[in-house]
Design a protein around this ligand. Sequence first.
Ligand SMILES: [Zn+2]
Ligand SMILES: [Zn+2]
Length: 127
Amino acid sequence: MMFLGLIVAGFAAYWVYNDAKGFGYDNGSAAMWALGTFLLLIVVLPLYLVIGRKPQYKRREEPTIDIEGTAVEDTMLCPMCGGKVRQDYNACPYCSHTLQPKCTQCGRDLEREWRTCPYCQTPTPGK
Ligand SMILES: [Zn+2]
Ligand SMILES: [Zn+2]
């Protein structure tokens, strides 16, 4: 990182040197401008790299963290693939395993533990 700063400072100094000569400065004066630029950059660049880049100025986290954080209470693991799914999902979005079984006969929602539909006594397909 320091090496990169030196390269940038070198290029800036080189540009200043040529630019100053273009404005009629002699070689010595142009070199002074270039040296000043170089010194300023090799002072300011490490200063920025050490002090300026503080962790709190890192880019903001992706909003997916928030979604997972708020939904953590009603999440569970898919019994088929182990993916994180919500309690109110009807099917696993990862493997399309049915999470909320419905009775094949009457179409009512069934609990996962039930072996028989309590409404029409049809055996549940899962177990
Ligand atoms: Zn799954
Ligand atoms: Zn039923």
